[in-house]
Design a protein around this ligand. Structure first.
Ligand code: GLV
Length: 325
């Protein structure tokens, strides 16, 4: 690659046209056609002598150790169009000396708004309401119909107080909620902003009316919202997940919902998605969305731009903030 040449990028995932068009202008981009598995297409191009500096992809492309080991020579960076990086094996990437980029910040407002949407949906019994009206079985207003709870005056517990967690917190405060949180360590200005730290997940759950999961999926967090943790819950607890499905142990959450141990849940993400545990569909107290946290035009465009900027800065020898390895 000459110094003026554009980075040669294999784009393994299909994006919005607007996003593909900014990638096409910024890079010497080759887009997967979708006719075959994208990494097979990449291997075929490489077999024909094409050289790629970067593979750009999203959550639909797993970059585990075997996939990374099979990447063509010449690939120097992985760019994931996501803030989450749990689909990437970092040890394997380090062994190949690959730089890794993601999309922090630009999607945080979108995901935080989705968290508020889910909190309200759980509190206001959205699944039952939608079924009643769309099922054409609504027989008219009564004071007994579909009584939910307000969020104002309640306590929101946030598991994972990173950028997204903090943006959820300020929105919840605007709704009149108190905010408690658990994180690996307290956020420096947390007290001043009215966020009250809890040193353990159990203490967090004990003090929460609504629990929002906003932490990354890591060996420490995976399966951590389970029956043992939910045994500490108030009986009207609502559990909201905007992070990763595998942080929740489905057996534990479903048992708590089925037994009435907790009141409800609203989930945007699922372990093993797009497959969703069948038992959730039988529970009217569960509101579900198909992983749409960052699905806003603002976030989608921002995610494209931050990868373009990060790769340009890396190429210029700088250390962009969205380089995660
Ligand atoms: C979406 O879930 C992301 O990680 O960006």
């Amino acid at each position: 690659m000459g110094s003026d040449a554009k980075l040669s990028v294999f784009v393994a995932t299909r994006f919005l046209e607007e996003v593909e068009s900014i990638f096409a202008s910024a890079f010497d981009a080759t887009f997967a056609t979708g006719r075959d598995a994208p990494l097979d297409e990449l291997a075929r191009w490489a077999g024909e002598g094409r050289r790629f500096d970067v593979v750009l992809f999203s959550l639909d492309v797993r970059m585990g150790a075997p996939e990374i080991a099979a990447l063509p020579d010449g690939v120097r960076a992985l760019a994931t169009y996501s803030v989450g990086t749990d689909h990437i094996d970092f040890e394997a990437a380090a062994a190949r000396q690959l730089a890794v980029f993601n999309t922090p910040g630009v999607l945080a407002d979108s995901v935080a708004e989705n968290a508020i949407f889910l909190m309200l949906a759980a509190a206001r019994r959205a699944t039952e309401s939608i079924e009643l009206i769309r099922g054409r079985t609504w027989s008219g207003w009564t004071p007994r119909q579909l009584v939910g709870g307000q969020l104002s005056g309640r306590t929101l517990g946030i598991l994972g107080m990173g950028d997204i967690g903090q943006r959820i917190a300020v929105r919840a405060q605007a709704l009149g909620m108190q905010v408690v949180y658990h994180n690996r360590r307290p956020v420096p200005d947390g007290d001043a902003r009215g966020f009250s730290y809890r040193a353990t997940r159990e203490a967090l759950v004990e003090d929460s009316d609504v629990l929002v999961i906003a932490c990354p999926s890591t060996p420490e967090t995976r399966g951590s919202v389970d029956a043992a943790l939910l045994a500490h819950a108030r009986e009207h607890l609502l559990v909201v997940n905007v992070a990763r499905g595998d942080i929740v142990d489905d057996d534990g959450l479903i048992a708590a919902l089925e037994s009435g141990r907790i009141r409800g849940a609203a989930l945007d993400v699922f372990a093993g998605e797009p497959d969703v545990d069948e038992r959730y569909f039988a529970l009217p107290s569960v509101f579900m969305l198909p992983h749409i946290g960052s699905s806003t035009i603002e976030a989608r465009l921002g995610m494209g731009r931050i990868l373009i900027d990060g790769l340009a800065s890396w190429r210029a020898g700088d250390a962009p903030p969205n380089r995660v390895a």
